[in-house]
Write a protein that binds this ligand. Structure first.
Ligand code: SAM
Ligand code: DTB
Ligand code: SF4
Length: 330
């Protein structure tokens, strides 16, 4: 399905509405045709600049305008980040994602410092990912030159629902940044959040936009909303696990080659529920006690889960190697 030049919303909705166990089975088949089902990419997250963000993303505890218990911190030092990278690598992570609570990157000394961080993490043999807000072409190129591997920039929801969640920037601006990232030949990590009160059509709309990108994103994080006190979405009811499972399976079917990341929300999911998501094609997680500002399962619990399920963390740069292999084979 992912090789078809244009996927329409009706087809994606049909996949999403397939009887659940049939959907999981079909997704598992697609998964096995393109990936080693015993491997899961383990990515570690560091919040290099926390809180105080000028944006109004309704889900986000780091927006300055909401009163949450997130303490704002200025940009971390290069040394602090590199020692966190060493720890993540020793723990088995193959990728490190650095997040900043910025609306956009500015050409200043903070950006120069981030470029140093990227260089240092890359030299340690980890895939480096950043999520720093909007980027222009020149900034994307500077990140690529410093050794960045991937840029995370989520669509978060459908184009139609975007203004109900965020008013301080537009869906089109998100797409422009993703184009700038592609121009710099970086890999793209882009996904979204479910459980924000959106309709099924918004989940499908978001997948429709992602699946019709050429090429499709190399990584698609599916986050369950972490409803944080003080944000406008604090009272959202927890997402039913079956919705997460459907979303993961549909993502796998419409984007067969991508790494589907079972992202935020795992602390609310049992090991059995996560096992179903891995069966349905999830092959990447964020590991470490913390996401950016909210809790995540303990690293040791995740490794125990991997043991029980017969999964192993994948090596760094496996996307690139498998992409190269595919080019050679074709
Ligand atoms: N400021 C940059 C931006 O918005 O692109 C980068 C950091 S931002 C925290 C990265 C992503 O984290 C968001 O796009 C959103 O998908 C996710 N996120 C933030 N708060 C969340 C929450 N409460 N629950 C689930 N995902 C969340
Ligand atoms: C993504 O899609 N999820 C991660 C990562 N990309 C940057 C962030 C999740 C954040 C959850 C809320 C928090 O911990 O602040
Ligand atoms: Fe700022 Fe990013 Fe949070 Fe939006 S999601 S408030 S841009 S840190």
């Amino acid at each position: 399905m992912g090789n078809s030049p244009y996927l329409n919303k009706e087809d994606i909705l049909k996949v999403y509405n397939t009887p659940l166990l049939e959907l999981v089975f079909r997704a598992a088949e697609v998964h096995r045709a393109h990936h080693d089902p015993t491997e899961v990419q383990v990515s570690s997250l560091i919040s290099i600049k926390t809180g105080g963000c000028p944006e109004d993303c309704a889900y986000c505890p780091q927006a300055a305008r909401y009163t949450t218990n997130v303490e704002a911190h200025k940009l971390m030092s290069v040394e602090e980040v590199l020692s966190a990278a060493d720890k993540a690598k020793a723990g088995g992570a193959s990728r490190l994602c650095m997040g900043a609570a910025w609306r956009e990157v500015r050409d200043n000394s903070d950006f120069e410092r981030v470029l140093e961080m990227v260089k240092g993490v890359n030299e340690r043999g980890l895939e480096v990912c950043c999520t720093l807000g909007m980027l222009n072409e020149d900034q994307a190129q500077k990140l690529a030159d410093a050794g960045l591997y991937a840029y995370n920039h989520n669509l978060d929801t459908s184009g139609e629902n975007y203004k109900n969640i965020i008013t301080t920037r537009t869906f089109d601006e998100r797409l422009t940044t993703i184009k700038n990232v592609r121009k710099a030949k970086l890999t793209v990590c882009s996904g979204g959040i479910i459980g924000m009160g959106e309709g099924v059509e918004d989940r499908i709309g978001m997948l429709h936009t992602l699946a019709n990108m050429i090429p499709q994103p190399e990584s698609v994080p599916i986050n369950a909303l972490v409803a944080v006190e003080g944000t406008p979405l604090e009272d959202q009811p927890p997402l039913p696990i079956w919705d997460m499972l459907r979303m993961i399976a549909t993502t796998r079917i419409v984007m067969p080659l991508t790494k589907v990341r079972l992202s935020a929300g795992r602390t609310q999911m049992s090991m059995e529920a996560q096992a179903l998501c891995f069966m349905a094609g999830a092959n990447s997680i964020f590991a470490g006690d913390k996401l950016l500002t909210t809790p995540n399962p303990a690293f040791s619990e995740d490794m125990e889960m991997f043991n029980i399920l017969g999964l192993k963390p994948s090596k760094a740069f496996s996307d690139k190697l498998s992409a190269q292999k595919e080019t050679v084979n074709n």
